[in-house]
Write a protein that binds this ligand. Structure first.
Ligand code: NAD
Ligand code: DAU
Length: 349
């Protein structure tokens, strides 16, 4: 029985990856290692928590002794590394947490994996889950390819770029078999409501303003989270060692057009007069260093591994809205307490 470590498995994307692996690979023992920060939530995994091949470990990837002990105890043959501080706005106010978890935490995992297997890499793999933000920003045209030079603009993306470089360096220096994927913006069930789409769904449900940074013309390329989890599964099992794969949906939206579409769908769901939710749109101060446009060229993963998104944006958005409306207790639980203070500090500036 192969033991696989997934870090950050209680977070948004990690929980979908854990579910994908636990349900599709009963022959693997899946260990979900998560520190349960504000973004980690075991309620995301309630449906699979009792399966015999799933194990949860609470712990911090920056705790070197703990990580070394865990690797020695379980001798993981595969690692899927998703644990991270992931929110750009938080990185602007608190860059050190991002350096600590995203850079130091990644190197601690790499070193623990290297110490175990440096004399026998056969059948081992370290998968680092990264982001398109490492490439910086696009202008009006063009797409990020796997050979686009790194040019990160936020403390978050700089920390992710740094961790990508360390993974590559362990491959070159110690021969560690690794794959990296750089994905565009995800959306879907369990998305933490400080990110644009779940924040707007939450605010529409509560009749609160929908904050649009700057002029709203910033563009993101949106992918349904379950399709990202399926892509990660494919890359982990069939990707080539020492390769990077860009993952995205060829699905670009300006923030303002996206929020208008969301408003229209929510009005229909809530049986409110057309335009009710749109009246909540409020332009607010822009994010410092705000990247204008991200767009992924996903032709490599399509051509080499046959991956493509399984749902259209309209289908994915509808599933997402339905999930949030059916899971309002989840939403209330994560938006009580500390969330209120974050929200006030972020939007009363
Ligand atoms: P998230 O913030 O929802 O979840 C992060 C998880 O990591 C949480 O469960 C948290 O408790 C855990 N964690 C944080 N610090 C930790 C530490 N020191 N030790 C152990 N666990 C820790 O993030 P997400 O949106 O699910 O993103 C997951 C990964 O995917 C990240 O690496 C992110 O950079 C990358 N990514 C995210 C997106 C996106 O649109 N959300 C897109 C591309 C790539
Ligand atoms: O591109 C991948 C990245 O996508 C991931 O690496 C990050 O972990 C993930 O958080 C996400 O980053 P973004 O900064 O693009 O996501 P966010 O939802 O925070 O913002 C999306 C866009 O919406 C961005 O242009 C900023 C804007 N925005 C965001 C918020 C929270 C607003 O206009 N108003 C808001 O209140």
């Amino acid at each position: 029985m192969k033991k696989i470590l997934i870090t950050g498995g209680a977070g948004f994307i990690g929980s979908h990856v854990v579910r994908q692996f636990v349900t599709n690979y009963p022959e693997y023992q899946i260990y979900n290692l998560d520190a349960l920060t504000y973004a980690g939530n075991l309620a995301n995994l309630m449906d699979i928590a009792d399966l015999p091949n799933y194990h949860f470990v609470k712990g911090d990837i920056t705790d070197e002794n703990f990580i070394n002990g865990l690797f020695e105890e379980h001798r993981f043959e595969g690692v899927l590394h998703l644990a991270a501080e992931s929110h750009v706005d938080r990185s602007i106010t608190d860059p050190f947490s991002f350096v600590k978890t995203n850079v130091l935490g990644t190197v601690i995992l790499l070193q623990a994996f290297k110490n175990l297997w440096v004399n026998n890499w056969e059948g081992k793999r370290f998968y680092h889950v990264s982001t398109d933000e490492v490439y910086g920003t696009l202008g009006e045209t063009g797409l990020f390819t796997e050979s686009t030079p790194y040019s990160p603009n936020s403390p978050y993306s700089a920390s992710k770029a740094s961790s990508d470089h360390f993974v590559r360096a362990y491959g070159e220096t110690y021969g560690m078999p690794y794959v990296i994927s750089n994905c565009s913006n995800n959306y879907g069930p369990n998305h933490f409501p400080e990110k644009l789409i779940p924040l707007c769904i939450h605010n529409i449900l509560n009749n609160k303003p929908l904050p649009i940074y700057g002029n709203g013309k910033f563009t993101r390329d949106w992918l349904y989270v379950v399709d990202h989890a399926k892509a990660i599964d494919l890359v982990f099992h069939s990707g080539e060692n020492h390769q990077t794969y860009n993952i995205g949906g060829f699905n670009e939206w300006t923030n303002i057009d996206l929020v208008r579409l969301l408003c229209q769908l929510m009005d229909e769901k809530l049986k409110k007069p057309v335009g009710t939710s749109q009246s909540l749109i409020t332009y607010v101060t822009d994010r410092p260093g705000h990247d204008l446009r991200y767009a992924i060229d996903a032709r490599k993963i399509n051509a080499e591994l046959g991956w493509k998104p399984s749902v259209t944006f309209e289908q994915g958005l509808e599933k997402t809205i339905d999930w949030f409306m059916d899971n309002q207790t989840w939403l209330e639980n994560v938006t009580s307490g500390a969330y209120q203070q974050y929200y006030e500090e972020q939007y009363q500036k």
